[in-house]
Design a binder for this molecule. Structure first.
Ligand code: UDP
Ligand code: MG
Length: 152
């Protein structure tokens, strides 16, 4: 499995509920590498581009209002298979269908307040990383314990 990058964002409900540390720690403990992190309240333009694929869905305007309503913690994480793996750590879109042990399964109830976003493919990861971050905001580094996570 090749090393890849994904875009994750803790939504305003996750930040307001004080879940940032809890959520970060799940990806850190899994063994993925954080390479970019910032907090911002997204503009409407950013939110509409990010969720552009859903622009014709009935929930779109409410979703954009919600995502722009407060702070979002935007991140890029790196690691072997991180795109699909992070989606598993996050759990199903509907929190009531998300397995216990997943972020949404453990920390959320409502589909419109499901705490976190994660890219769903290599294409969307590439698009979303470029949408939310400048290249200079992504920091290349080597964890000192890397040999203990992957076979070298
Ligand atoms: N969403 C919603 N109502 C719906 C479907 C989706 O509010 O009926 C929101 C929800 O916050 C979800 C986001 O729109 O996380 C994007 O939907 P998608 O199907 O891409 O789910 P995800 O990729 O976040 O699991
Ligand atoms: Mg999605």
């Amino acid at each position: 499995m090749a090393s890849e990058r994904t875009f994750l964002a803790i939504k305003p409900d996750g930040v307001q509920r004080g879940l940032v540390g809890e959520i970060l720690s799940r990806f850190e403990k899994k063994g993925f590498k954080l390479v970019a992190l910032k907090q911002l309240t997204p503009t409407k333009a950013l939110a509409e581009q990010h969720y552009g694929v859903h622009k014709d869905r009935p929930f779109f305007s409410g979703l954009v209002d919600f995502i722009t309503s407060g702070p979002v913690v935007a991140m890029v994480w790196e690691g072997d298979g991180v795109i699909a793996s992070a989606r598993k750590v996050i759990g199903a879109t509907k929190p009531l269908e998300a397995d216990p042990g997943t972020i949404r399964g453990d920390l959320a109830v409502n589909i419109g307040r499901n705490v976190i976003h994660g890219s769903d493919s290599q294409e969307t990861a590439h698009f979303e990383i470029g949408l939310w971050f400048q290249p200079s905001e992504i920091n290349e580094w080597s964890p000192s314990d890397q040999n203990w996570r992957v076979e070298m």
